[in-house]
Design a protein around this ligand. Structure first.
Ligand SMILES: Nc1nc2c(ncn2[C@@H]2O[C@H](COP(=O)(O)OP(=O)(O)OP(=O)(O)O)[C@@H](O)[C@H]2O)c(=O)[nH]1
Length: 307
């Protein structure tokens, strides 16, 4: 494989997710962490909602910072399903860093997120007290104390992303919770896998509704493409999402499509609502139904479908 560097037996690699209410300092910290060590940038425009925000490459580690789309948008259509997806995504990361600004009191928004984090008990959570340059030493001490009481933390770290105070420490602490693993990404590589998996899940879910007994495991959804539509007016972006639904037999294809395409249209409408809620942007969803014979028994085909 090209792009992978030599690595020692102590190499650690894994995923971290920075959460926190709006304005908590997540983006600034991400940039400070990734900084000049940035290993990936997206080739696509409008990447703020991209799942992978950056990779902190160090000699002995690779810390992959990901977003959890949907975390801040509960109470939408498919709300419960979305919350489950968020919890499932959070459970997939190796460590969660929750950003709490030192110069603001803990509020309902923080408690809401903390409650969501309680739903993933096995994942270590690190409290990151941001913007520490904005407060006095005493006030920082108090902030650290009240943050400590919010929930069970694996670590509590103060940081200032703008004055570069303790940014390396945050990277150290997050990395310490990563598993021993060879590098997961070659330098220069970008992927948005978790987001794609969640989108595919929403489509599969919508497609199975009402026909779960008929097509239990014979259905796979694969996101082929997610690209921002070009030439859209400022402030009104549209994301083109193309998804293939794979079934095993033509009879199953007929079930999915329905009379005159009516069922496929319903699937599209339901799935689109969920995807828009998840990604926070308008979506044009293009669904195609394809037959992949016996895909469940063919490892190569399974790989292609992302299993
Ligand atoms: N003084 C100071 N300001 C900071 C620091 N980190 C972030 N800020 C400021 O706080 C504001 C919010 O920071 P962001 O990084 O955009 O916060 P965010 O959590 O990504 O916000 P959302 O994208 O709304 O979720 C910005 O104006 C930053 O410049 C810090 O360490 N010190």
């Amino acid at each position: 494989m090209t792009g992978f560097t030599e690595h020692s037996d102590n190499y650690r690699a894994g995923f971290a997710c920075l959460v926190g209410r709006p304005n908590a300092g997540k983006s600034t910290l991400t940039n400070a962490l990734v900084g000049s060590k940035v290993a990936i940038t997206s080739s696509k425009p409008q990447t703020t909602r991209h799942t992978i925000r950056g990779i902190v490459h160090r000699e002995d580690s690779q810390l992959i910072l990901v977003d959890t789309p949907g975390l801040h948008r509960p109470r939408t259509l498919l709300g419960q399903r979305l919350n489950e997806l968020v919890a499932a995504t959070l459970a997939e990361v190796d460590v969660i860093g929750m950003c709490l600004p030192a110069d603001e009191k803990i509020g309902p928004g923080d408690r809401y997120i903390a409650a969501q984090l309680e739903a993933v008990p096995r994942t270590p959570k690190v409290a990151i007290v941001t913007k520490s340059d904005r407060v006095s030493k005493d006030a920082l001490g108090e902030a650290l104390l009240s943050v400590s009481k919010l929930m069970e933390w694996a670590d509590v770290v103060p940081v200032s992303s703008t004055t570069d105070f303790q940014v390396d420490t945050v990277a150290d602490v997050l990395t310490s919770h990563l598993p021993k693993s060879p590098p997961l990404y070659p330098e220069g590589e970008l992927t948005d896998e978790p987001e794609r998996i969640m989108v595919a899940e929403l489509v599969r879910e919508a497609a199975l509704e009402g026909v779960r007994d008929e097509l239990p495991h014979s259905l796979a959804a694969v996101v082929e493409e997610m690209v921002p539509r070009e030439g859209r007016p400022e402030g009104s972006p549209l994301l083109d999402v193309r998804v293939n639904l794979f079934v095993e037999r033509s009879s199953q294809k007929a079930i999915i499509i329905g009379r005159g395409g009516s069922r496929l249209k319903d699937i599209g409408t339901r799935a689109r609502a969920g995807i828009e809620a998840l990604l926070g942007t308008r979506v044009y969803l293009d669904l195609h139904v394809k037959i992949a014979k016996d895909w469940q028994r063919d490892p190569k085909e399974l790989g292609r479908l992302g299993f």
